[in-house]
Design a protein around this ligand. Structure first.
Ligand code: FAD
Ligand code: EPU
Length: 342
């Protein structure tokens, strides 16, 4: 291949997914530049096989070995590519750790990504499901991205409209699923007069508890970091992939009917109706803190399924299906998986 790139055979993916489940990739390669990626895609054992791109492996569940090529995208680099009076554009390589990008912005007092502090994973995966937390989604700061079309090797730049961002959704999970590899993402950030978002209940409370009335981006990132550390298990200690399911969105009529029947229902208004807290639905079905073999629903956040050690992907998936069935039976709601299943 001539680039020093190594393609491994029968590679264990246990260290490559935050659930920490065992699965083997028939082929595995780590790429650190666009050139390495292009060379890899031309290469013989790789060219004609199914491909799966991995960043941090924090939103994926392997239920089987992968017979194709796992490409670990480790393309690095962060740079300010445009700096105006009020705004700056920052570009980051797909393999940059998301939180490192957030820290890069905080160090320069660039506003826009602070509510998304401490989300695990890579910059390249952030547009795939349009990551979101504490009142902000990645799309709110998104400028554009470069992605390589697997079939042709051509690089295409996508603007926000072409990405069709939605709640935990984008064109890369729908019509263009598996067709593009994200190479770099650009974000438009404020350099002064920051538009801080403090609407999320838990964030408001945390800021109030700290006596902060006019938070800076750094204050928000600190508060978000504290909340996340309290609520979410650290994958280094307990295997998980964050929320396993999406919060289901229902119409206003469905919401009102559900609320009449279940007065304690936790929901948040959306333009079309309401988003129901899936964690509440799962807790009501008795799963919170319940352990089934080596897996279970977390004791502080029922929406997070965990691997207590030694769980297989199939075991975790079986639990997820049981949870879906019980929520459907009790509330008539189908929970959609957020985690990508292999
Ligand atoms: P991976 O798991 O490696 O990949 C996810 C998907 O994206 C796969 O389908 C993969 O093929 C594809 N993909 C990855 N990189 C590329 C690329 N360069 N080009 C094309 N496709 C690619 N998510 C939120 O939105 N909000 C949260 O608050 C949040 N909290 C979390 C908390 C914890 C403790 C954990 C473990 C996860 C959490 N997540 C959250 C989920 C996860 O962090 C995000 O989905 C993150 O963007 C995944 O990044 P990754 O690099 O690990 O992706
Ligand atoms: N709740 C319960 N029981 C539970 C969990 C939650 O009753 O076991 C109720 C509580 O009333 C709580 C409400 O649900 O106030 C909302 O819970 P939380 O603030 O923890 O947020 P979430 O809706 O469960 C979503 C995202 C998270 C994101 C947080 C903060 C989804 C699927 N999940 O969780 O994203 O970090 O909001 O914005 O939208 C992820 O996508 O992996 C993820 C962790």
């Amino acid at each position: 291949m001539g680039t020093g790139l190594r393609v491994e055979r029968d590679y264990s993916l246990r260290e490559c997914n935050t659930f920490g489940v065992e699965a083997k990739a028939a082929y595995y390669a780590r790429v650190t530049s666009r050139e390495e990626l292009a060379a890899l895609l031309q290469d013989n054992p790789v060219r004609d096989r199914e491909k799966l791109v991995l960043g941090g492996g924090s939103n994926i569940l392997f239920t089987r070995d992968f017979d194709g090529v796992v490409i670990h995208n480790a393309i690095g680099g962060i740079a300010v590519v445009e700096q105006g009076d009020r705004e700056a554009v920052v570009e980051a390589g797909a393999g940059v750790v998301w939180h490192d990008l957030v820290l890069f912005c905080l160090e320069r007092d660039f506003g826009g990504l602070e509510n998304l502090a401490l989300i695990p994973g890579s910059v390249g995966a952030s547009p795939i499901q349009n990551i979101g937390a504490y009142g902000v989604e990645m799309k709110d700061a998104f400028e554009s991205l470069d992605a390589l079309e697997v079939a042709t090797g051509r690089v295409r730049t996508f603007g926000p409209l072409e990405c069709c961002f939605g709640y935990r959704n984008s064109v890369f999970k729908q019509a263009l699923r598996g067709q593009y590899i994200v190479l770099a993402v650009r974000f438009r950030l404020t350099t002064r007069d920051h538009r801080v978002v403090t609407s999320y209940g838990a964030l408001q409370e945390a800021l109030r508890a700290r006596g902060i009335e006019h938070p800076t981006p750094r204050d928000i990132a600190d508060a978000v970091t504290e909340i996340r550390r309290q609520k979410l298990p650290d994958p280094a200690e307990l295997g998980n992939a964050g929320s396993f399911f999406k919060n289901p969105e229902v119409s206003q009529e469905q919401y009102e009917a559900l609320k009449r029947e279940h007065p304690g229902l936790v929901a948040f208004p959306t333009p079309g109706g309401a988003k129901i807290a899936a964690g509440w639905l799962i807790e009501q079905c008795g799963w919170k803190g319940k352990r089934v073999g080596n897996t279970g629903a977390h004791a502080r956040q029922a929406l997070v399924l965990v691997n207590y050690g030694g769980a297989t992907g199939r075991e975790i998936y079986a639990l997820a299906q049981e949870i879906q069935a019980s929520v459907l039976a009790r509330f008539g709601i189908s929970l959609e998986m957020e985690v990508n299943l292999v």
